[in-house]
Design a protein around this ligand. Structure first.
Ligand code: SF4
Length: 327
């Protein structure tokens, strides 16, 4: 691996609401990240919301590590267990460029917040007209960190997990989350008004995701009420019903311990009607774990939903398109 200069910004890291001040050039932080970018998987993804997928698929880059660390994380192998490969600038740029050459509608950076200084340096080299950069995060970047990102990102795809500090503490292990995420999402919407092309593909804007937690529908209602009063017309909304009690070595007894019930799903549909939010997206009612990704596989997702280009263990996969620059 070539040496990438150590970004000074990682010496006392305060990129996310954890505000832990770790020197990431010496120690691994709570987010599991050192000062080197680590990537787990890259490929075309067809399972994101339709305005992100278009016809070519979303060009997803899954980073290792995470600033939150939810006990039930479906991507725990990469978010918590460190699966992935550290890489230098050129390797990262090469993977990203090949996604574009493969026909991706956009470049979708999945859980990138702990690498903001490096990405702020590299993203200008990837920006091109009509090829949006998507920032797919848990929405808990600090204000200062977001300022570094704004010039380089077209579409924000943040989660709003909850606005209730009890729920944030109990299920996301971070009581302060609402106080960080809510203003961050407002700021994203101010910076990036919605722009869709004539085929409904998102070019600029904010799409907010919320995962419905079984047994915690008051929290979902709080989020929907907030969206209807603060964000309606300024951002898009996507509700996720896929909560799965994922069992891992770190969390053998995940909470909540069950799937969303059909009656809970119906209650959420009623809420959408009540708050006049019927033009967003909601997943079909899901109860089963067949769809869970496994990042040990070259393609962690189902083959109908994704096309692999690069894997942390094998690098570029045979048959992936050549680097745009070298073709
Ligand atoms: S990204 Fe957050 S958790 Fe990771 S080192 Fe920085 S402040 Fe700490």
């Amino acid at each position: 691996m070539k040496n990438t200069p150590t970004p000074a910004d990682y010496r006392e890291c305060r990129l996310c609401g954890r505000n832990c001040g770790t020197d990431r050039t010496r120690a691994e932080a709570r987010c599991g990240a050192s000062h080197r970018i680590s990537l787990a998987w890259a490929g075309l993804h067809f399972g994101e919301e339709p305005p992100l997928v278009g016809t070519g698929g979303s060009g997803t880059l899954f980073f290792s590590g995470c600033t939150l660390g939810c006990p039930f994380c479906q991507n725990y192998q990469i978010s918590r267990e460190g699966m992935g490969r550290e890489m230098d600038d050129e390797e990262f740029l090469s993977v990203a460029r090949r996604l574009k050459a493969a026909g991706a509608e956009n470049l979708n950076l999945v859980t990138p917040s702990h690498f903001i200084p490096t990405l702020s340096r590299l993203l200008p080299q990837l920006r091109e007209d009509d090829f949006p950069i998507v920032w797919n995060s848990s929405g808990q970047e600090t204000r200062e960190a977001l300022k570094q990102v704004f010039p380089h990102v077209d579409i924000f795809l943040p989660d709003l997990k909850t606005l209730d500090s009890r729920v944030a503490g109990e299920y996301y292990l971070f009581r302060k989350y609402p106080g960080i995420a809510e203003p961050a999402l407002r700021e994203m919407a101010e910076h990036r008004p919605l722009v869709l092309d004539h085929e409904g593909v998102l070019k600029k804007g904010v799409l907010i995701r919320h995962l419905i937690l079984p047994g915690e529908l008051d929290s979902t209602e709080q989020v929907l009420k907030w969206f209807s009063t603060v964000m309606k017309g300024k951002a898009m909304l996507s509700l996720m019903s896929q909560y799965t009690p994922v069992v891992s070595a770190a969390y053998p007894d995940p909470r909540p311990g069950r799937y969303l019930s059909e009656s809970e799903y119906d209650r959420v549909l009623d809420m959408l009607h009540r708050y006049d939010l019927e033009d967003g997206f909601i997943q079909e009612w899901i109860t089963g774990s067949d769809w869970l990704p496994d990042f040990n596989r070259i393609n962690p997702f189902s083959s109908e939903l994704s096309r692999v280009l690069w894997h942390w263990r094998d690098g570029f996969v045979d048959g992936s398109v050549p680097d745009q620059e070298s073709s």
